[in-house]
Design a protein around this ligand. Structure first.
Ligand SMILES: [Zn+2]
Length: 392
């Protein structure tokens, strides 16, 4: 097809029709993946899910490469080539996702995959097995209509829910070669907004060692790790700057043994969110500048920023605007949103690759027992994804 004519002569209903024909396959594939439980901490289980997606990708004509891992499930890299004569030598487009879930083995027994009330329910259905299936099905529709215009790399990891430590270097290396990254994480809220900004995420642990003593007999010989920690946490609370989108939350504390013992140990695990990349170093300095008030206690600070923020860049906004226009042609309106949650899109955006996130399923209850995907959005969203791939 001559360049420039593409947008004039192409009717998006072609894509919609191709995707519609795949609806039964779409639902069946989502069910199949949800029924293979894949908690991040169980390599064998996640690998079974990786196997199933590899088989599906191979059926669709994709080239499969597995980046083997020891501690986590393998990282799956799939490659789809455009029809002959298309922009074969163009940088590929990346679809990014993960196959692990937060749900432990056995969850399916109490929370089986089911279709009810216009939704598909089950562990990991929204975050993000439906998104993975939507991505592959969008590619299948483009292949079937011979409208895949450039190579597509689909990268699916197995450790996203536990921080993406092993997959991050692979994601970044491959993303650097790509024209853009489309993240298959769920859309925002029931309106299903695409995500153009995400906060960066950090984790810190503060450990206090105090001096134990009998709370009745030797009170003054004791140096309470708990009281010291409480004092430190008051300081940490002051790190929050809401107007900058910077929040600090002590989500877990532990310490002490009995009420009649002055506590020798206490610790807190703290979650940090930043909206701006340049706040990372500043917050880090504040944590490392913490000093004990009770000199007989010892304080350790561990941790740091785990994901840089995905800032709302011009390139991301351009992708979103195109998506909104295509959505309109497909008959629905598309919002954009910022979120405090992190994804692997944070990594690709931070290295400067145009990244659009939230391109997966619409639903609610990720990580919760009412996790579900709204069925009526599946076809339009998969079509939009296909159109975004086709026009990039
Ligand atoms: Zn996810």
């Amino acid at each position: 097809m001559p360049k420039g004519l593409k947008s004039v002569s192409y009717d998006p209903s072609t894509t919609l029709n191709a995707v519609s024909g795949l609806q039964p396959a779409l639902l069946d594939r989502i069910r199949r993946l949800v029924e293979i439980e894949s908690p991040s901490d169980d390599k064998a289980s996640v690998d079974r899910c990786v196997d199933a997606v590899s088989d599906l990708a191979a059926e669709l004509g994709g080239k499969v490469r597995r980046h083997r891992q020891r501690a986590f499930g393998d990282v799956l890299e799939l490659r789809f080539e455009p029809a002959p004569g298309r922009k074969k030598n163009q940088p590929p487009l990346m679809l990014l996702g993960h196959l692990d879930t937060v749900w432990p083995l056995g969850t399916l027994q109490g929370m089986p995959f089911r279709i009810a009330q216009g939704r598909a329910w089950g562990p990991g259905v929204l975050d993000m097995k439906a998104g993975v299936v939507m991505g592959l099905t969008a590619i299948e529709a483009l292949l079937a209509t011979e409208t895949l215009e450039r190579p597509v790399t689909v990268l699916l990891n197995s450790d996203e829910e536990v921080g993406s430590t092993v997959s991050r270097p692979i994601t970044e290396e491959l993303a650097r070669k790509c024209a853009a990254v489309f993240v298959l994480e769920p859309a925002q809220g029931l309106a299903g907004a695409y995500k153009t900004a995400r906060k960066g995420v950090g984790d810190y642990t503060i450990r206090i060692q105090g001096v134990a003593a009998h709370a009745g007999v030797d009170f003054q010989k004791g140096h309470s790790a708990i009281h010291e920690l409480a004092w430190q946490l008051e300081k940490v609370r002051g790190f929050t700057e809401l107007d900058r989108g910077l929040t600090v939350n002590a989500g877990v504390i532990r310490g002490g043994t009995r009420t009649n013992v002055v506590a020798a140990e206490a610790e807190a695990e703290i979650d940090v969110r930043i909206a701006r990349a340049k706040d990372a170093a500043r917050v880090d300095r504040k944590f490392h500048a913490l000093r004990v008030r009770d000199r007989s206690c010892v304080l350790h600070v561990e941790g740091g920023m785990n994901r840089p923020p995905m800032e709302r860049s011009r390139a991301t906004v351009a992708l979103y605007r195109r998506a909104a226009t295509l959505a309109e042609q497909l008959g629905f309106s598309l919002e954009e949103a910022a979120t405090g949650g992190g994804s692997d899109g944070n990594f690709t955006a931070a290295i400067g690759v145009p990244t659009l996130d939230g391109m997966g399923a619409v639903g609610e209850g990720a990580h919760a027992s009412h996790e579900s995907v709204v069925l009526k959005h599946l076809l339009p969203r998969t079509s939009l994804l296909a159109e975004m791939i086709r026009t990039t």
